[in-house]
Design a protein around this ligand. Sequence first.
Ligand SMILES: [Cu+2]
Length: 120
Amino acid sequence: MMDIVIVNVAGSALVGLIVWWFWLSRSVARRVDDAPITIVAEDGVYSPTHIEVSRDRPIVLRFLRKDPSPCAAKVIFTELGVSADLPVGEVQELHLEPQPPGEYEFVCEMHMYRGALSVK
Ligand SMILES: [Cu+2]
């Protein structure tokens, strides 16, 4: 009887964690229309991971690569055909053409770093 209770509690906690994770990972989208923010590449993640901008407006993104490993050396916007070299410890500003609404992925060359640009 006690075993079943423990399993249920653990199960609920796990479900809760998964829900929280997905909800959180969507909710941390950062709007960058008015004040460009800096996307930091460190420890295998871009932070923030999810950027939100308005449609049909020029997009300015700043990248700061803190990870010295070659993995983080390049950022690639797959759908947009845009890529940029990221020098270590230096802010690199990227100017993108206005885009129609959609979800645009940005990754490192090995696709270990992953981020999403939402145009709304
Ligand atoms: Cu990489």
